[in-house]
Design a binder for this molecule. Structure first.
Ligand code: PLP
Length: 445
């Protein structure tokens, strides 16, 4: 077993002293800010005070009190090359000196042009038109608007709904929420504020595929598209499905004349073992959304990428048939520069081989949890390791126990998961899985 006193066991005396000095200098003014921030999905009345991060490096988050936590979730799966990669920093610094931002209306720039053509070249088939936004939720909103306006532009009226799946997660804005799992997406809480969509179970069995076929036959006249996270439903519960399910969805979309939107915001950029999850099924979606690891976890950026036939439905003499969307900070040059540097790293370094190695280690080291009291399931795909708990744990106690182990892991509901940087070393990954095993064994759940 690994040492229990992990944070103290990694001597970083100078940096810790630096952090302490920073803290003393800026501490009071910053601490007053705790009364003014509002945290996500957090009951501010009872939640434990958030930890203060001062520095990141590789797979380590350093706290203001000098503790160093090994990061098991890569800041919501974004920091795929680890934190502070020198190449990404240098690219952003170069761009910062030349042009931090310029509007994308009527103007374009090299970082966005290069990124668009690289994404088009990497994605399968004729996914070749890239619309940039600045968050995953907005990329999903754009995909939904694109699908709906595609229908309108073709004179197909009334096809304004989407078919989405239970267990899915596509973001927190209102339209994105409407295609999330109805229970977890707080549909009930926001009933009346959300567009009504058609919900289904993923076609993971022949019976379910037949049921979905029948549902689509009934609803196709009001549907614009099907939206799904390929292979892994992430924030909705880290549930996996197989490539056959994706192929069924492509077939059913074709049979019923629907666009297929794949939300690869979680799965894109190597997380499931291939650059994009759809590659494993050999299917080409009509629209794909990307974000999370797009900039290697450094800057907010997202993209909605459409196939040629989708784009062509917007070409017309009629100005009103143009895509009606345009975020102020779209295609931010700093973010595009970061994304280009991140893609350079994917091209130059053996990221997918690293994912395969992470997958093997996660399997070996998490599998012993299976069958233990309180463990409902253990599953691994690519650089995603999931231990599902039953009953659901006391999350506050579990989170505190994990930090005490020197790791940064963020369980939600009944799901304890690891999505580390794709560059994590075997030793650090072992510390993460060791910490998980220990909190489970100690029954700190
Ligand atoms: C995180 C996520 C989103 C939302 O992205 P934000 O940047 O948080 O708005 C959408 N879809 C999937 C699959 C995600 O994982």
């Amino acid at each position: 077993m690994e040492s229990l006193s992990l944070p103290q066991a990694r001597p970083m005396v100078n940096r810790r002293e630096m952090a302490m000095t920073d803290e003393i200098k800026s501490g009071d003014a910053a601490e007053a800010g705790r009364e003014h921030i509002w945290l996500p999905y957090t009951q501010m009345n009872t939640a434990a005070s958030p930890l203060r991060a001062v520095r990141t490096e590789g797979c380590v988050i350093e706290l203001a009190d000098g503790r160093r936590l090994i990061d098991g979730v890569a800041s919501w799966w974004t920091a795929c090359h680890g934190y502070n990669h020198p190449d990404i920093r240098a690219a952003v610094e170069r761009q910062l000196a030349a042009m931090p931002h310029v509007m994308f209306g009527g103007l374009v720039h090299e970082p966005a042009l290069a990124l668009a053509s690289r994404l088009a070249a990497m994605l399968p088939g004729d996914l070749e038109r890239v619309f940039f936004t600045d968050s995953g939720s907005v990329a999903v909103e754009v995909a939904m608007k694109m699908a709906i306006q595609y229908r309108l532009n073709r004179g197909e009226l009334g096809r304004t709904k989407l078919l989405a799946f239970r267990g899915g997660y596509h973001g927190d804005t209102l339209a994105a929420m409407s295609v999330c799992d109805p229970e977890e997406g707080m549909h009930a809480l926001f009933a009346g504020a959300l567009p009504q969509q058609v919900m289904a179970d993923l076609p993971t069995t022949p019976e379910r595929a037949a049921a979905l076929d029948a549902l689509l036959a009934r609803h196709a006249p009001e549907l614009a598209a099907i939206i799904v996270e390929p292979l892994v439903q992430g924030a909705g519960g880290m549930r996996f499905h197989d490539v056959a399910t994706l192929r069924t969805l492509r077939d059913l979309a074709d049979r019923h004349g629907l666009l297929l939107i794949l939300d690869e915001i979680f799965t894109g950029f190597g997380r499931t073992g291939t650059m994009f999850a759809c590659e494993q099924a050999g299917i080409v979606p009509d629209i794909v959304t990307l974000s999370k690891a797009l900039t290697g976890g450094t800057m907010a950026l997202a993209a909605t990428v459409a196939r040629r036939h989708v784009f062509e439905a917007f070409l017309s003499d009629d100005p009103a048939k143009a895509l009606m969307h345009g975020p102020t900070f779209m295609a931010n040059p700093l973010a595009c520069a970061a994304a280009n540097a991140s893609l350079d790293l994917f091209a130059r370094e053996p990221r997918l081989a690293q994912v395969a190695r992470i997958e093997a280690q996660l399997r070996e080291e998490l599998e012993p949890c299976r069958g233990r009291p309180g463990i409902a399931d253990v599953r691994v795909m690519g650089a995603i390791g999931v231990v599902q708990l039953d009953p659901a744990p006391n999350l506050d106690r579990l989170k505190a126990a994990l930090v005490a182990e020197g790791v940064w892991v963020r369980p939600f509901r009944d799901v304890l998961y690891l999505t580390p940087a794709l560059t994590i070393g075997a030793e650090d990954l072992g510390r993460l899985t060791g910490a998980l095993r220990r909190v489970i064994e100690r029954n700190a759940l």
